[in-house]
Ligand binder design. Structure first.
Ligand code: PMP
Length: 966
């Protein structure tokens, strides 16, 4: 079938003469028909033009199907518009050529074509769209629907046989033939049970229209192009959509398809056979598309629409060729709530032999290599010597140390990756001496053997893979129970684990079974490779982690205002190491949130200091012990005169609350200035600074805390802020209530790292001091070397505060906070009051505080913040040049705010998008959050031990997100 040729003028003329609409015509591109948009007096239409080689009955079928779906789902699909003579399919002549034309209403929405990424919510919506379409068409039929279509998965065998020989590209042809052959074989057993009906047949990203949803994603809202309507398998509607929306990597394809299927099946339930046939249907669809598109592209090499379709369908086929049907089937069953049908070798074991001599006598001792293992700390899981030691400790004459089935292990490479790493162990490891003989447990056949192990096909059980051994038998030979099949070989050079026998049940249908699976697919892989414990005679498995139960417990018992990151689907984070966080499935994430862990998570030096102190003494600061004075001495040494004494507390809120109290008691005043809506802590006194919002007109109407208009880095805005401050100070003076203090972050961290223009704080401080108030610098977030160029943020503004508050980084996560001021102010406060904090300044807090300062200095982390910060600036600058949504990069060193503004008719803060971007970044292995009044600023404040490589990881995840979508 060739595409009809027609000029836009001719199309406009048809619109006018045949349908009575007068407007400009624009080409829309298509694979089969010719589609032209006509805009006529505020209403838009699509003129669909087909050649005379198209059966008009088929065009009628399309129109009727559209009307049928439209009746069930108004506004979802285009409507056919009758011509002036009432017909909906009209033959016209353009020169000597005959054409059929149809006019359809224009459906509003953004096409999803070209979007490189579909979020889980989008996949579910696409599955729902396909499911509802199939459901709407379930009671529809038409004589032309039984047509034979080269895109129909039902016909994969015939179409491939007919089209493949015409495709010159050998590589593509052969791959498509191979995939199709596998699909046909798999489909044949289900075929008699597959339900048939009319389907749209082309629910793809190309044909789906979307609109911006509440979570910042483009959500499917409409379906066009009924050109492939056909009577075929009902499940094909789902398979087509799954291939179109979810082909990224083999693993992701299974996950994405499972999500889409779940939503499909919720509205158009698929039965056991349909679910079982779905993986093969997807493969069949991919093979058909790749071949048909390749053929079309060879006919029309200059048509960009056709050639880009060919490239895309080839990419999908390459990925789908790698998807094991058994895995997809297991995942799909799980998605549809069907029980997994795992085989179990239990019965067989009772009549069999032990895998290794004396196994029945040995006590299995689990070596905990999991994320929550208490045996492996400080990166030890990646150190062969330390892992060996842990195994050694579990081994004795009467024991066999084992690595458990189903355990999510910490990956031995540090760093986070965009693809989820494989971490869940699909077999059991038996750590035994090199040379230990390994026996066949049951009768069977040697299915395969190589230098590292073999696969036995055991009668009544199926595949058993034994690796880590030197095989003593050849492939294809028979084995009887007790036959020695090999002996344990020395561990390989690069292996992390010492010598061991790896025992894994494998299906004979999957050639390349992995040893480890990504946690998100672990349930499906567990169904494919079940627990071999029954073969061993002892329990060697751990159940999957249950983050949902953990979440439910938290929801039940933890007060709801204590919020969660990623509230809908939070990762269960159970370990931190340096700049990485690990979820319970062993996935590492680059941590871009935790400014508190300034020297990195689980730092051994900090741990040692805390342990030592907790083992010796932990009491309150009214006792005399050395640590308190030593820590105070270290802090004061970092500050300019006259800041020379320290109050110890535990949190930033306490520190700022105490700072306000100092100022009020020392000055005998109550009123305080801050910047409008800025956060300094959660105490009753401090929450007022957050509530000192814009719109509170004058001093006397706003209680005792008065918000100054917040400055930005822009000098004009900073000037306006100073003028407002001057007015407030004057008003307060006139009311006889001059301010006790000003409290502010010297760099506005919570606003996304706003660095104030030079001299700004000097002027503000002078104003406050002239009025007799004190100046409090909140260094809780921005101090302690994070800015790279300065240890304290107030240094950037060349001011010396009267009071400095510190917390967060001070204890690297352990509660350590302080207020540093002058002895004059402290003594004056002491004339009225004293301070007692039960745990502030405890020996352990002080030991940790000193250890943090030691590590900061020894590891030159402030310098690192500067150097890596430069690199971050460079990377962000280049990203902002390519992605117009980035309208500003604020901050310095390793405190950054990336401002996102939606570039539509009128620029608007991209709040929803920023949230969705964070979700997508998490999938790509980066944990980041938003800030700012409109929550449209991505806040970058990682531990200071991040490296240039981490910045690359971060920048590339952001680039992928902004390029492919979220
Ligand atoms: N000041 C600033 C600038 C902060 O960002 C925070 C915490 N986000 C605090 C004070 C309060 O610190 P804490 O949570 O330790 O009480």
């Amino acid at each position: 079938m060739t595409r009809p040729d027609l000029t836009l003028e001719q199309a406009a003329a048809i619109g006018r003469e045949t349908f009575g609409i007068d407007g400009a015509a624009r080409d829309l591109g298509s694979q089969q028909d010719r589609n032209v948009r006509i805009d006529a007096r505020g209403t838009s239409y699509v003129l669909k033009v087909s050649g005379f080689d198209v059966d008009p009955e088929v065009l009628d079928l399309q129109n009727r199907a559209m009307q049928h779906v439209g009746a069930a789902r108004p506004g979802w699909v285009p409507r056919p518009v009758p011509a002036l003579d009432g017909r909906e399919v009209v033959p016209v002549y353009s020169g000597a050529r005959g054409l059929f034309v149809r006019l359809l209403t224009w459906l509003p929405g953004t096409p999803l074509r070209g979007v490189g990424y579909f979020a889980p919510a989008v996949l579910s919506a696409a599955g729902g769209l396909a499911g509802r379409t199939a459901a709407a068409l379930a009671d529809f039929d038409h004589p032309a629907a039984a047509r034979s279509l080269s895109w129909d998965v039902q016909r994969v065998g015939d179409v491939v046989a007919a089209v493949a020989p015409q495709v010159h590209d050998r590589k593509r042809r052969e791959l498509a033939e191979r995939v199709a052959e596998r699909a046909v074989a798999a489909l044949s057993s289900h075929e008699p049970n597959l339900r048939r009906q009319v389907v749209h047949g082309d629910v793809t990203d190309w044909n789906t229209l979307a609109r911006l949803g509440p979570a910042g994603q483009l959500l499917p809202c409409g379906l066009i192009d009924f050109g492939d309507v056909v009577r075929t398998w009902r499940a094909a509607e789902c398979a087509v959509a799954a291939v179109a929306f979810g082909t990224r990597s083999p693993h992701r394809t299974v996950q994405d398809a499972a999500l889409l299927l779940q939503a499909f099946s919720a509205v158009a339930r698929l039965d056991e056979d349909e679910v079982a046939a779905l993986p093969a249907m997807m493969a069949a669809r991919a093979a058909l598309s790749a071949l048909n598109c390749a053929w079309q592209a060879e006919q029309e090499p200059k048509d960009g629409y056709v050639t880009s379709g060919a490239t895309e369908s080839w990419r999908r086929l390459v990925i789908l060729a790698e998807v094991p049907f058994a895995l997809a089937h297991a995942a799909f069953r799980e998605a549809c709530g069907l029980r997994s049908s795992t085989r179990s070798p239990t019965a067989a074991r009772t009549s069999g032999a032990a895998l290794v001599p004396d196994l029945d006598r040995l006590v299995a001792v689990a070596v905990d290599l999991s994320v929550t293992s208490v045996l492996l700390h400080g990166g030890a899981w990646a150190d062969r010597r330390q892992v060996e030691q842990v195994v050694e400790t579990a081994s004795s004459k009467n024991t066999v140390p084992i690595g458990r089935y189903g355990e999510a292990r910490l990956p031995c490479d540090f760093g986070s990756t965009q693809d989820e790493p494989a971490t869940v162990h699909l077999g059991v490891d038996l750590f035994l001496p090199v040379g230990t003989p390994v026996m066949a447990p049951l009768p069977g056949r040697v299915a395969a053997a190589d230098r590292h192990g073999l696969v036995l096909d055991l009668d009544g059980v199926g595949g058993l893979r034994l690796t880590g051994i030197e095989p003593a038998v050849l492939a294809e030979g028979r084995v009887a129970p007790g036959d020695v099949v090999g002996k344990i070989s020395p561990a390989r050079m690069q292996a992390l684990l010492p010598a061991h026998l790896h025992v894994q049940l494998v299906p004979s249908s999957v050639l390349d079974v992995p040893f480890l699976a990504p946690a998100s697919l672990a349930t499906a892989w567990r169904a494919v490779c079940p627990d071999p414990s029954p073969l061993l005679g002892f329990e060697a498995a751990v159940g999957p982690p249950e983050p949902q139960a953990v979440l439910a417990r938290r929801r039940r018992h933890v007060a709801s205002p204590q919020l969660l990151y990623y509230s809908d689907d939070p990762p269960q984070i159970e370990r931190g190491w340096r700049q990485w966080l690990y979820d319970v499935g062993g996935r590492p994430y680059l941590d871009v949130i935790n400014n508190v862990a300034i020297v990195g998570h689980s730092h051994p030096h900090i741990e040692a200091a805390a342990v030592q102190a907790l083992r010796s003494l932990n009491t309150n600061s009214r006792f005399l012990y050395d640590a308190l004075g030593r820590f105070a001495e270290r802090l004061v040494a970092l500050l300019p005169a006259p800041l020379d004494v320290v109050f110890f507390v535990s949190t930033g809120s306490e520190a700022n609350d105490l700072a306000l109290r100092l100022a009020r008691e020392v000055t005998g005043r109550r009123d305080v200035l801050c910047h409008q809506s800025t956060y300094h802590g959660w105490t009753t006194a401090l929450i007022e600074t957050e509530r000192a919002a814009p719109g509170v007109p004058s001093a006397d109407e706003s209680g005792h805390v008065h918000g100054i208009v917040r400055p930005t880095a822009d000098p004009a805005s900073a000037q306006r802020s100073l003028e407002h401050a001057r007015r407030l100070v004057a008003e307060l003076g006139a009311l006889g209530r001059p301010p006790a203090a000003l409290i502010t972050e010297p760099v506005l961290g919570n606003e996304g790292g706003v660095v104030l223009p030079a001299g700004h704080l000097q002027q503000l401080y002078a104003m406050v001091r002239d009025a007799g108030g004190l100046c409090i610098a909140d260094e809780v977030q921005v101090g302690y070397g994070r800015l790279g160029h300065h240890f304290w943020a107030f240094e950037q503004q060349r001011v010396v505060p009267d009071v400095v508050t510190i917390a967060k980084s001070t204890g690297n996560g352990y509660p350590v906070a302080a207020v540093i001021t002058t002895s004059q102010i402290a003594d004056e406060f002491g004339r009225h009051d004293d301070l007692f904090s039960s745990v502030g300044g405890s020996p352990a807090a002080c030991a940790v505080g000193v250890a943090v300062l030691d590590v900061l200095a020894e590891e030159r982390l402030q310098e690192n913040a500067r150097e890596v910060g430069y690199y971050l600036t460079e990377r962000l600058r280049s990203l902002s040049q390519r992605h117009p949504v980035i309208t500003g990069v604020h901050g310095m060193g390793l405190y950054r705010g990336i401002e996102l503004v939606r570039q539509e008719d009128r620029p608007a803060p991209a709040r929803m998008e920023a949230g969705a971007i964070c979700d997508r970044m998490r999938q790509l292995g980066v944990i980041i959050s938003t800030t700012g009044d409109a929550r449209n600023v991505l806040k970058v404040k990682p531990p200071l031990c991040v490296t240039h490589d981490d910045i690359d990881t971060f920048a590339s995840a952001l680039d992928v997100t902004l390029t492919q979508g979220w």
